[in-house]
Design a protein around this ligand. Structure first.
Ligand code: ADP
Length: 432
């Protein structure tokens, strides 16, 4: 670098000396003309190199970097170094991208990247196949234009992505996909699709089996129960020493009937792929009904209170929600000893509708809480049976709430009490 600067300085010095010499031996005009011509030559030389640089920058190619001279030699060698490292980085980047695409396309699940505005930015070949997309033509199109299921649209816009969502009949009436949306830090979303058609078929067989068995058992059980009831009611038909056995038979048939009804309800809800009704539900009325039912069930053994925010209602299937919320209330009564307190409330928290039932009953140890919604999971089988439980109540509640995009939240402390809350998304709340 110093050499090059010196070369330029030497040229100017030599030109100046020659010009001064010419001034002394000839005239000032001759000296100035020679000095100007020298500078012009110097300038033309630089312009030539600038022109060459400009041409090269239009289509940079490291195999054809102009050689340059003087200061330009240094510029071109820096450019060459820069372009070489750039090309190397580009090659590394390209091969990393290629490796990523090979791996992404080898994953059997489909992957789609959605922009903040829910348009398709990129997807794998499995996603193209499963969702019927074509990246070449569908890039930058809104995903809702291509996946038009109203369930999917509700799932996308509700922005509650804790659970995957089942998308049926995307391409054929047989297929079922499990869709999972994962928000990314860049406000984009990663959509993962998994083909669960086979798992769904097995699950449907299980549900059908339970539903069929329950149906088949219901009729003989009704007959047996009917006979037991008739015989029990007939004066003198049963000797007094075996009358207590008839009482036990009656209790057991009632328990079995309740179990069968719950199994049928559960399999009906599970196999129902239709979205629930979306009717406005008058929450003040529903809360009153729940309070009346609670008082009837408790028969004055508990202190039951209710708080209702009258400014907000809910949309959904009233019969399903009444059964789910009623189940939470009846559990609170069944698992709260006489003299206990139960509070039912409907409030708005952070734009979500929250229905809660709190009790100061027996409470639940932490280790059981995450399993309570499993079928037949009971903390204390004896107590559940004594109070007429089937172990299916919270399973039914969870399914009904999931159908309404709501969540069941449980907090409890053993010996202190429990709070069961159904949290409904903003989209289901109506302001009155
Ligand atoms: P069950 O018919 O046995 O009540 P559920 O599915 O309704 O079945 O409830 C599952 C289990 O959760 C119950 O067996 C009980 O152990 C526990 N549970 C439910 N609600 C309460 C509550 N409010 N307080 C204490 N335990 C509860």
């Amino acid at each position: 670098m110093i050499d090059i600067r010196w070369k330029a300085a030497l040229f100017i010095c030599a030109l100046s000396i020659v010009s001064v010499f010419l001034w002394l031996i000839s005239s000032l005009v001759t000296a100035l003309v020679v000095f100007a011509l020298g500078l012009l030559l110097y300038l033309v030389n630089h312009i030539r190199w600038i022109h060459q640089l400009n041409n090269w920058l239009k289509t940079p190619d490291i195999r054809q970097v102009p050689e340059g001279s003087g200061l330009w030699e240094d510029v071109y060698s820096s450019l060459l170094k820069y372009e070489r490292s750039n090309t190397l980085k580009q090659t590394e980047l390209n091969s990393a991208l290629e490796r990523f695409q090979i791996v992404a396309n080898a994953i059997p699940d489909g992957l789609v990247i959605l922009s903040a505005a829910n348009t398709i930015e990129w997807c794998t070949s499995h996603a193209e196949y499963q969702l019927g997309l074509d990246l070449k033509t569908d890039k930058n199109l809104p995903i809702v234009n291509l996946l038009r299921s109203s369930h999917f649209i509700a799932y996308l816009y509700n922005e509650v992505y804790d659970e995957p969502f089942k998308l049926k009949d995307v391409k054929s009436t047989e297929s079922t996909l499990e869709i999972w949306l994962i928000p990314l830090a860049t406000k984009q979303k990663l959509l993962i699709s998994r083909d669960v058609t086979q798992i769904e078929k097995v699950d449907a067989m299980r549900r059908d089996f339970i539903a069929n068995v329950s149906h088949e058992l219901r009729t003989p059980l009704t007959v047996v129960g009917g006979f037991i009831e008739t015989l029990s009611d007939m004066e003198g038909a049963i000797p007094s020493n075996i009358r207590s056995y008839f009482g036990m038979m009656q209790d057991q048939t009632t328990r079995m009937r309740r179990l069968i009804e719950d199994l049928l309800t559960l399999s009906h809800i599970e196999s129902n792929t239709q979205a629930p009704d979306n009717n406005p539900i008058n929450m003040s009325m529903l809360m009153n009904m729940l309070l009346n039912d609670a008082n009837a069930l408790s028969q004055g053994k508990h202190k039951i209170t209710a708080q209702t925010n009258p400014h907000f209602d809910l949309t959904g299937a009233v019969d399903e929600l009444q059964s789910a919320l009623g189940n939470l209330v009846s559990n609170a009564i069944r698992y709260t000893p006489e003299g206990g307190e139960i509070n039912i409330s409907w409030q708005l928290h952070h734009n979500q509708g929250v229905f809660s039932v709190s009790d100061n009953g027996i409470g639940i140890d932490q280790q059981h809480i995450h399993r309570l919604t499993e079928r037949f999971y009971r903390v204390d089988r004896g107590r559940s049976r004594e109070t007429g439980g089937t172990g299916l109540g919270l399973s039914i509640v969870k399914h009904i709430l999931t159908r309404h995009q709501a969540k069941l939240e449980i907090t409890s402390e053993l010996g202190v009490g429990s709070t069961f809350s159904a949290v409904f998304p903003k989209a289901r709340i109506i302001q009155k």
